[in-house]
Design a protein around this ligand. Structure first.
Ligand SMILES: *[C@@H]1O[C@H](CO)[C@@H](O)[C@H](O)[C@H]1NC(C)=O
Ligand SMILES: *[C@@H]1O[C@H](CO)[C@@H](O)[C@H](O)[C@H]1NC(C)=O
Ligand SMILES: *[C@@H]1O[C@H](CO)[C@@H](O)[C@H](O)[C@H]1NC(C)=O
Length: 369
């Protein structure tokens, strides 16, 4: 058998080689192309220079001196006089104490990566019930890690949440070099993420990185909850933006965003809102396919050691993923390669299955009418 294999003709070898290359090109190619094309920086305009100047001179004293006007819980001390490298703001729903406790026990429990201080906090809006508020107050008292803005926490109010939390970061944590916005259903691999940011270190500014969504069209379906009218957003496509489940901005970007927030309509999805603000300040998002966006990455040890995030993590998967990332043994180059291929294929299969399931269900509904 082995002898036969060695005796393959040149054109047969070429065919095998061609297939191997094609397989990799299909699996990884799109991402390399995306990463290349999405990165080039636009020219700097006068307006952007003005915004930069305003951002540098930003005075947050009104918020600092009167936090209770803007926040129910503001933790003004947690960041004080610390040189935070990465501040993670986990967008959590007020009712979801169990999830917050799970994160506190797993990836949220990290305080340093390679000696760089990191800080993890939960970002909430107000709950509907007063009893929930009482529980949150207690939870906050024990953990000192909850920021709560003055607005109802609902899916429609997520843009307000982004604004309130960015304001918090520039006011109460101006030393944080990077700010991660992440949703509570995500798993975050902080060690690799910090490592990635450290490698960007020649330019700590103008960073807005995540899984970039390209040429997304606004929802113009009048019956939909996410409907966006032409007066709110007249253009055909949204600018490139980072998918909202997890993205990172540098401190200077957060400050510039804060300067332009008032110029942008808040009647678009929260992540699009951030993307429009980024465009206003002349910033293009940086794409990395290691951010999962809203996809759940099938669990594979070496794959999870490589990626930055994975969505829809179940309560049982979370400790497993965390244990591996925190103290599991290292993966060799080959193991990482094999892990990436297998989790990528499985993730594609999952999204394919889901897509078809969705189509079947839609058809069933259609025929059911
Ligand atoms: C969190 O980390 C600290 C050390 O930084 C450790 O002492 C503590 O047991 C951890 N908590 C949990 C719940 O794992
Ligand atoms: C958003 O928050 C405001 C302020 O609390 C509240 O009045 C409004 O009802 C909220 N909107 C939705 C759709 O929940
Ligand atoms: C809490 O978070 C989990 C994970 O994201 C989610 O599945 C669950 O629906 C949330 N529960 C509430 C009450 O929001």
């Amino acid at each position: 058998m082995q002898v036969k294999f060695c005796r393959l003709r040149t054109h047969q070898w070429c065919f095998i080689l061609f297939n191997v290359i094609l397989f990799h090109a299909l699996l990884f190619g799109a991402e390399f192309v995306e990463e290349y094309f999405l990165h080039s920086l636009p020219p700097i305009e006068m307006k952007v220079l003005e915004i930069k100047d305003k951002a540098r001179k930003l005075n947050m004293e009104t918020v600092q001196n009167n936090p209770s006007k803007y926040y129910i819980l503001s933790q003004p001390e947690v960041c004080k006089e610390k040189n935070i490298f990465l501040l993670s703001l986990i967008f959590s729903s007020p009712e979801n104490r169990t999830r917050r406790d799970l994160i506190r026990k797993t990836w949220g429990n990290m305080t340093h990566v390679q000696g760089h201080p990191i800080l993890t906090l939960f970002a909430l809006g107000m709950p509907v019930l007063l009893t929930t508020q009482k529980e949150i107050d207690k939870e906050s008292h024990t953990n000192n890690d909850i920021i709560e803005g003055i607005f109802l926490d609902s899916s429609e109010n997520q843009t307000l949440k982004v604004i309130a939390m960015t304001q918090w970061a520039v006011t109460f944590c101006p030393s944080a070099l990077f700010i991660l916005k992440v949703d509570e259903e995500m798993f975050v691999n902080l060690p690799t993420l910090v490592n990635y940011l450290l490698n960007l270190k020649e330019h700590l500014e103008d960073i807005y990185v995540g899984r970039v969504i390209h040429q997304e069209t606004p929802n113009r379906d009048l019956t939909s909850q996410e409907f966006v009218s032409l007066s709110e957003y007249p253009e055909t496509y949204y600018p490139d933006y980072c998918s909202g489940e997890a993205f990172i901005m540098s401190q200077d970007v957060a400050r510039m965003m804060y300067v332009v927030f008032k110029e942008v309509s808040i009647m678009v999805p929260a992540d699009v809102f951030v993307g429009i603000c980024a465009k206003t300040i002349g910033l293009k998002p940086i794409h990395s396919s290691r951010f999962s966006g809203k996809r759940h990455i099938r669990y594979n040890r070496c794959c999870y050691k490589f990626i930055f995030t994975s969505s829809e993590i179940s309560d049982t998967e979370m400790p497993l993923a965390w244990k591996e990332v925190n103290d599991g043994k290292d993966c060799s180059l080959f193991e990482t390669y094999y892990g990436l291929i297998s989790c990528k294929l499985l993730t594609y299969l999952d999204s394919f299955k889901r897509f078809h399931l969705g189509t079947i269900q839609n058809n069933a509904m259609y025929f059911g009418d």
